[in-house]
Write a protein that binds this ligand. Structure first.
Ligand code: IPM
Ligand code: MN
Length: 359
């Protein structure tokens, strides 16, 4: 039987709660589907480890993930109020994205049936887009420095790095994605009116790549006014291609208009498959509700669904998506972020029992 090795890193805060539901749901799915198996290996890397041992992951953590022969990584949220966020994130998530060349961050933004958008009167067909976010360079290149710290002369520089290779492959991925998924238009998020080097370069590369895809419409839109368009005309957006930071911001906005941050998934992809790809909810570790068992597990379950798609298990992925939609549409079991009173476990169970009904 096809067997996939999956590294599971529950992370911090609500991570353990939501990742447990994701793993259990994927396991149920393998039983219902019958065509493949998932072997999971858990790693306790994260802020507790940092507080205990002074590092988020072992010194050879990346090598462990690389040598482990993993077909994918399922990650929970990272972040703990006791540790500065840049320490936790540069200690785990951001080095994995860079070292494993996960240069695409794919973020579906969909209003699912039965979920209420805060935008009055919007239906699922009107909020249905995909954000293709650059994920290894740009504003998150990690290049910069500080000098004269704590003095009046202090200088802090965070350099934005756009390479031709990095920009072109990302934009090309967006057009290929559009073509393969029957999407009609790619919108580029830009800011070339004020950023005359990196963003003018970005626009040029976008134009060059777009000319290879005459079958896909393309346009560029300034990021500030694009945020307004998310709210006023989301139905006019299809595939959005954007830099690392712009995509980070747009995807939280997207999650909000799609009804809840607790639903939104993401795939950090190495399209060449030279390294494992990583799948994670886009939400944070929510320390305020950690341990209460009320976090919405769907963002992590849907991220598991993206993992299956990446593995080529399209039939199983479609089954899981169908069931997530059915459970939300039925509206019986909802966590507090969706206006209900269900627990994390109850929503996970509802999805699993619906899955079992498929067999
Ligand atoms: C996300 C997160 C991360 C990001 C943080 C935690 C570094 O917000 O995946 O959207 O900015 O990429
Ligand atoms: Mn984010």
């Amino acid at each position: 039987m096809r067997t996939y090795n999956i590294a599971v890193l529950p992370g911090d805060g609500i991570g353990q709660e939501v990742i447990t539901e994701s793993v259990q749901t994927l396991t149920t799915l393998t039983q219902v589907h019958g065509g493949f198996r998932l072997d999971t290996q858990q790693f306790d890397w994260g802020s507790e480890r940092y507080l205990r041992e002074g590092a988020m992951m072992p010194r050879d953590g990346l090598a462990i993930l690389e040598r482990g022969g993993f077909d994918g990584i399922l990650l929970g949220p990272i972040g703990d109020p006791r540790v500065p966020d840049h320490i936790t994130l540069w200690g785990l998530l951001l080095p994995i994205r860079q070292a494993f060349d996960q240069y695409v961050n794919l973020r579906p933004i969909r209003l699912l049936p039965g979920v209420q958008s805060p935008l009055v009167g919007r239906s699922p067909t009107e909020i249905d887009m995909v954000c293709v976010r650059e994920n290894t360079e740009g504003e998150y290149a990690g290049v910069g420095g500080r000098v004269h710290q704590g003095t009046e002369q202090e200088v802090a520089i965070q350099s934005i790095v756009f390479t031709r290779k990095g920009t072109e492959r990302l934009i090309r991925y967006a057009f290929e994605y559009a073509r393969q998924h029957g999407r009609k238009k790619v919108t580029s998020a830009t800011k070339s009116n004020s950023m005359q080097y990196n963003m003018v370069f970005w626009d040029e590369v976008f134009g060059q790549v777009a000319s290879d895809y005459p079958d896909i419409a393309h346009e560029q839109h300034l990021i500030d006014s694009l945020t307004a368009r998310f709210v006023s005309r989301p139905q006019s957006l299809d595939v959005i291609v954007c830099s690392n930071l712009f995509g980070d911001i747009l995807s939280d906005l997207g999650a909000a208009i799609a009804g809840s941050l607790g639903l939104a998934p993401s795939a950090n992809l190495n399209p060449q498959r030279s390294y494992p790809s990583l799948f994670q909810a886009i939400h944070g570790s929510a320390p305020d509700i950690a341990g209460k068992g009320i976090a919405n597990p769907i963002a992590s379950i849907w991220s598991g669904q993206l993992l299956l798609d990446h593995l080529g298990e399209h039939e199983a992925a479609a089954m899981l998506m169908l069931v997530i939609e059915e459970v939300l549409a039925a509206g019986q079991v909802r966590t507090p972020d969706l206006g209900g009173t269900a627990t994390t476990r109850q929503l996970g169970e509802a999805i699993r029992s619906q899955l079992k009904g498929l067999s």
